[in-house]
Design a protein around this ligand. Structure first.
Ligand SMILES: NC(=O)c1ccc[n+]([C@@H]2O[C@H](COP(=O)([O-])OP(=O)(O)OC[C@H]3O[C@@H](n4cnc5c(N)ncnc54)[C@H](OP(=O)(O)O)[C@@H]3O)[C@@H](O)[C@H]2O)c1
Length: 281
């Protein structure tokens, strides 16, 4: 199936890396970029998240999606992957820093190890990939980088480690946008609110939590993974050519809503459907 939004050669000839591209939001981004003609490499730690995803997306889309194993915290591996992509595919035009993770915890229960792991993944891991992509290709040839963050503008109780790391990514985004503008590199962040991704099922309260989440969104629903992927495609395409250093919030109005103004649920709130990956039985 072609993109529902964009013309199907929009990113023809581009080479893209999507970290965490085998699951959830990353898989939707991979699907959209591939549909638009890009050659996409997906990379994360677990073979079970990469191998069936690469095979499943390749079969679904009729074009190869390339899987690689990578821990974004491991700088040597990150550098090796970047130079390998440039050697094999001849470029690295688009990098989507989507790989990341965290766990809900009251701040006083976050262990030193837990804090370090979340910051190492979400902040330093994003830097590792960004810097290695710049060195391997973009500083000489230009390119565009998209960082998937989270809502950082207000408090995010239960996520002190991650919101700190993601705020750092957004500040890094603004700074690199200025430092690298004359190298032809554009870098932006996309801050999703609540997204109905397969990843959200990993949180302990599961669907109960999701029901609570949507009641705090003026649109009274979660985002789809495609709604994040379309923003990535837009910003990666010539439509985003003059946009750099921005954080695009995609949250159905959540951040704008105060806490006191009641928005009644519609009579039919509908059922919550979490999509499975096509290769999942
Ligand atoms: N779903 C939401 O509501 C929401 C809202 C705001 C932001 N986000 C962010 O959006 C991104 C995607 O989330 P999702 O909902 O699609 O969840 P997800 O399926 O859990 O995606 C996280 C991906 O990151 C990869 N990853 C984790 N640690 C890594 C590491 N050290 N090196 C390389 N890859 C790593 C995981 O693969 P491996 O385990 O194989 O490494 C996985 O593919 C995450 O950064 C998430 O925090 C999600």
């Amino acid at each position: 199936m072609n993109s529902q939004i964009f013309r199907d050669d929009l990113l023809a000839g581009k080479v893209a890396l999507v970290t965490g591209g085998g699951t959830g939001i990353g898989a939707a981004i991979t699907r959209e970029l591939t549909r638009l003609g890009a050659t996409v490499v997906i990379a994360s730690r677990k073979p079970e998240n990469i191998e069936p995803a690469a095979a499943g997306l390749t079969e679904e889309l009729g074009r190869p999606v390339h899987g690689r194993i990578l821990d974004i915290r491991d700088r040597d591996s990150v550098r090796t992957l970047m130079s390998g992509i440039v050697a094999e595919f001849g470029a690295l035009d688009i990098v989507v820093n989507n790989g990341g993770g965290q766990f809900f915890s009251p701040a006083e229960a976050i262990s030193d190890k837990g804090w370090d792991a979340v910051v190492a993944t979400n902040l330093t891991g994003t830097w590792n990939v960004t810097r290695a992509a710049a060195d391997a290709w973009m500083l000489k040839n230009g390119g565009t980088i998209l960082n998937i963050t989270m809502l950082t503008g207000r408090a995010f109780p239960g996520m002190a480690h991650s919101v700190a790391a993601r705020s750092g990514v957004e500040a890094m985004t603004r700074t690199l946008a200025v430092e690298w503008a004359n190298k032809g590199i554009r870098i932006n962040s996309i801050a999703p609110g609540f997204v109905a991704s397969s990843g959200i099922k990993r949180y302990p309260a599961g669907l109960d939590l999701i029901s609570q989440m949507r009641s705090f969104v003026p649109m009274k629903r979660l985002a789809t993974c495609d709604e994040i992927a379309w923003a990535v495609a837009f910003l990666a395409s010539p439509a985003g050519a003059y946009i750099t250093g921005e954080t695009m919030t995609i949250d159905g109005g959540k951040t704008l809503w105060g806490d006191w103004w009641p928005i009644p649920d519609p009579e039919d709130v509908g059922t919550i459907e979490i999509p499975t990956e096509p290769w999942e039985k």
